[in-house]
Design a protein around this ligand. Structure first.
Ligand SMILES: Cc1ncc(COP(=O)(O)O)c(C=O)c1O
Length: 403
């Protein structure tokens, strides 16, 4: 298990203690990966430890989970094969029909899945959780069992007040789950703000190198729901594999330094892009004119994340032309890796109120900020590309699974 440091450490020093090593008897700085799917009994027909079978028990997995729990100030954490499977586990663990209220603006893949939870006997209502009056009226109208919020939300980076939503939700006995993928524990620890469960697509910042698909849940305290999630995960075998858990632990050693660098560069780019002649708006919670800036400044300590979006004066065709013509930035989906990514988001999720078709989503990496700005500046002068209309159709689900 992950050994907590003896002296209290700053968050930055703590991340470097990510448990990839220091294992007896050799005390190698980088330890082994535990691959065994089964464990032998001794002559008394007893096991040497609590580990019995790999579908439920794996030391490497447990080490990484207990490290994430420490970073999130949580009681425990559970790793899954993706962010989506972590999120689904929360809903599917309800053993009675549950009413769910979720942020209307959130990662579109999860919103789409939430929209169909009626087939499991649950019900869903999407509410603008940045509007506390609208949220209060929704939970008064119908008491939810679960409140799901994402902050900052993808791809407009709106900010929900975790403490206020948690307080209001707990008055009606609802469980509060926060998708904190973009904030990361470097900037926000939702449990400290009153949330019950934190979820991450660990594919993104936690791993940070675009080479592991993973998801995690961390809970503030034990509960019947948490126990149910653990049982379901062990029975279904949807835990993260040992190799991925080890890679994730390795990636997290640089979490603090990566994410702070990314947020600092994102802030610089956001400020400069505000006056770029090709840009009509910059969406970034670090900017004082962002509608959620005040809450973000309170809730996110030390930075506003490495994610921002820009809206192009020339519309969808200008956005497509720019995204296709970057050089240092890579034109790809996903976020949170060390390499900067740009994406015309409406080509992925279809345009609509939560994704204007002139929007480019930027995931800022750790490259030099001057190089990143120069590459964008050059790409923003590219010839516009007309996007095929069907690419931009709202709610088009025919393109299969996308990030
Ligand atoms: C905010 C957010 N939550 C959840 C997910 C889903 O995570 P995964 O792709 O690891 O399943 C994503 C993926 O893009 C995301 O951006």
């Amino acid at each position: 298990m992950y050994d907590k440091p003896r002296a209290p450490l700053t968050f930055r020093s703590l991340t470097v203690q990510s448990p990839v090593g220091l294992e007896a008897p050799q005390n190698g700085l980088v330890g082994p990966i535990h691959f065994s799917t089964t464990y032998t009994r001794d002559e008394k027909y007893a096991y040497a430890s609590e580990y019995v079978y790999g579908r439920a028990d794996n030391l490497t997995l447990r080490q990484t989970e207990s490290f994430i729990a420490t970073l999130e100030n949580a009681h425990a954490a559970m790793l899954f094969g993706s962010g989506m499977s972590a999120a689904m586990a929360v809903i599917l663990a309800f053993d009675r029909p549950a009413h769910v209220i979720a942020s209307s603006e959130m990662y579109y893949g999860l919103r789409r899945w939430f929209a169909g939870i009626g087939r499991f006997g649950h019900s869903i209502e999407f509410v603008d959780t940045t509007d506390l009056a609208a949220f209060q009226s929704a939970i008064t109208r119908r008491r939810p069992d679960l409140v799901w919020i994402e902050t900052p939300s993808n791809p407009l980076w709106k900010i929900t007040d975790i403490a206020a939503v948690s307080r209001m939700s707990h008055e009606v006995d609802a469980v509060v789950c926060v998708d904190s993928t973009v904030a990361t524990p470097v900037f926000t620890r939702p449990i400290d703000h009153g949330a019950d469960i934190v979820m991450h697509s660990a594919t993104k910042y936690l791993n940070g190198h675009s080479d592991v698909s993973a998801g995690v849940l961390a809970a503030g305290r034990p509960s019947a729901l948490w126990h149910q999630i653990a049982m379901m995960r062990a029975e279904q075998g949807v835990s993260l594999g040992a190799l991925e858990a080890w890679l994730l632990a390795r990636g997290m050693r640089t979490l603090d330094i990566r994410v702070r660098t990314q947020a600092k560069t994102a802030m610089r780019l956001a400020e400069r892009l505000q006056t770029h002649p090709a840009v009509s708006a910059v969406l970034y919670p670090g900017l004082p004119d962002h509608p959620g800036h005040e809450i973000a400044a309170r809730q996110m300590t030390g930075g506003f994340s490495g994610m921002l979006s820009v809206r192009m004066k020339g519309g969808a065709s200008a956005a497509l032309g720019a995204a296709a013509n970057v050089s240092l930035w890579k034109c790809a989906t996903s976020l949170g890796g060390v390499e900067s990514l740009i994406e015309h988001r409406a080509s992925m999720e279809g345009h609509g109120p939560y994704c204007p078709d002139d929007l480019l989503r930027l995931s800022v990496g750790i490259e030099d900020p001057e190089d990143l700005y120069a590459d964008l500046d050059r790409a923003f002068q590219s010839t516009p590309i007309a996007g095929p209309d069907d690419e931009l159709a709202p709610g088009d689900l025919s393109k299969g699974v996308r990030a």
